[in-house]
Design a protein around this ligand. Structure first.
Ligand SMILES: Nc1ncnc2c1ncn2[C@@H]1O[C@H](COP(=O)(O)OP(=O)(O)OP(=O)(O)O)[C@@H](O)[C@H]1O
Ligand SMILES: [Mg+2]
Length: 405
């Protein structure tokens, strides 16, 4: 029998646990909140279920008569033309099959005009984009308005743009992709004729980034959904409901379920990962806590390789050593605590140096600012992973040189 679990990136779980309240709230906003009250942010650590939730928000939007356009931002989106083309292509796809009839001027051939039918495709939207005066921001705004107008003519409520991995967007190298979207959101929310709203999803660094790019941008997104780990009840459901759906409700003994609740701390990716391994490793039924405990070291070794190592190894040696040193202090931590932790490994690092490392680690999405002067890891259960690393690696050797950067 195939495992009913779905560890992965954006993979739809067979049972969506613990998000009923969030979905009900969005459902209500879709019908009753004013346009600007529908704009949302979805933030959370890696693997907490943002992409999956975004798909469900899109489904809610469809059910409420809106046209959702879901798009994931990549580094290429920081190129304005790539970003615009991608958005227009997705909008065209959502309205595929619609034909626009327009008056076509025929000069000097007897009849003055004729009606031509034009497919609503990317080329059509690119023509609309090019035709509008102004800079790229104006053109994009007018094209979105145009699409929303068509949607309204087709009796839809309007357009929802759901943009995932939004923390990747930045204004860089003479390109202003981040500002382009924030300006569009700002100008559209004050429009009385055009119904378009945005849902931006990403790591917790997202909020700081958009405020930095556009002061008071947080006001554009009054609905701030900060996704966290599932509580114990929802975690049990995330483990047990897929088994029921697969026709194997008794496959896991209750004490194994409690072990999984404890080890995963309710983080959806880990729930799927651990439950999948427990399901796939054993053939007997029920699988017990003792079985689970037997394979834990091996499971953690695999998880470290699959999920965490890829984040730690791209760091420079010194960044990695500073990161490892933070394992000794409880998160969220302050720069002063990091200085002390680094010193405890024999380094003479000062505040200035440590601040530089904290900035670098923030830019690489290892940590993020929880509030002024306090940092936490951008990856769930990262502190526990670092403690496992400390058993094999001594950051002291590298750290003693930290002060010399
Ligand atoms: N509510 C949920 N209940 C059960 N499983 C879930 C839930 N949400 C997400 N998952 C599972 O968790 C994993 C991570 O989900 P997803 O990719 O949506 O996270 P994410 O926050 O977008 O991560 P990233 O920051 O890496 O993009 C997937 O394996 C998915 O099946
Ligand atoms: Mg995601």
């Amino acid at each position: 029998m195939r495992s009913p679990y779905t560890p992965g990136v954006g993979l739809e779980p067979s049972y969506l646990a613990g998000r009923e309240a969030v979905l009900a709230d969005y459902r209500q906003r879709l019908t009753s909140a004013p346009l600007h009250g529908k704009n949302s942010l979805v933030t959370g650590l890696r693997g907490v279920g943002k992409s999956v939730l975004l798909k469900h928000l899109a489904t809610e939007a469809t059910a409420a008569g809106w046209i959702p356009v879901v798009r994931e931002m990549t580094k290429r989106s920081n190129h304005e033309d790539e970003l615009i083309r991608g958005l227009l292509a997705d909008m065209a796809l959502r309205l595929k099959g619609v034909t626009i009839s327009r008056q076509h001027q025929r000069i000097g051939l007897g009849e003055r005009t004729e009606k031509v039918a034009e497919e609503f495709d990317l080329d059509h939207l690119l023509r609309i984009f090019d035709r509008h005066p102004g800079d790229k921001g104006d053109k994009l705004l007018q094209t979105i308005k145009y699409v929303s107008g068509i949607a309204t003519q087709l009796k839809y409520q309007g357009l929802v743009l759901l943009l995932d991995e939004f923390q990747i967007l930045e204004d860089t190298g003479g390109q202003f992709s981040l500002t382009l979207i924030l300006d569009a959101a700002s100008r559209l929310q004050s429009s009385t004729t055009c119904a378009v709203h945005f849902v931006l999803a990403g790591l917790p660094t997202l909020l700081g980034k958009i405020i930095e790019a556009k002061p008071h941008a947080e006001r554009l997104f009054p609905n701030n959904l900060s996704l966290g780990a599932l509580d114990a009840t929802a975690t049990r459901q995330a483990i047990l409901e897929p088994l029921k759906l697969a026709g194997a409700p008794d496959r896991f003994a209750p004490d194994l379920v409690e072990l999984l609740v404890q080890e995963t701390a309710g983080y959806p990716y880990f729930v799927q990962y651990f439950a999948d391994v427990a399901f796939s490793t054993f053939e007997h039924s029920p699988v017990t806590r003792a079985d689970g405990e037997n394979i834990l070291p091996e499971v953690y070794a695999q998880l470290d390789e699959a999920f965490f190592a890829g984040r730690l190894y791209p760091l420079t040696l010194k960044e990695r050593a500073v990161t490892l040193a933070t394992a000794k202090i409880p998160a969220p931590f302050t720069p002063t605590q990091v200085v002390d932790a680094v010193k405890s490994f024999g380094s003479d690092a000062n505040m200035g140096t440590v601040q530089q490392y904290l900035l670098a680690l923030q830019a690489k999405n290892i940590i993020y600012k929880v509030r002024r002067g306090a940092y936490d890891y951008a990856l769930p259960l990262f502190g526990r992973f670092l403690l496992r690393c400390l058993e094999n690696e001594d950051p002291g050797v590298t750290l003693r040189k930290v002060g010399q950067t």
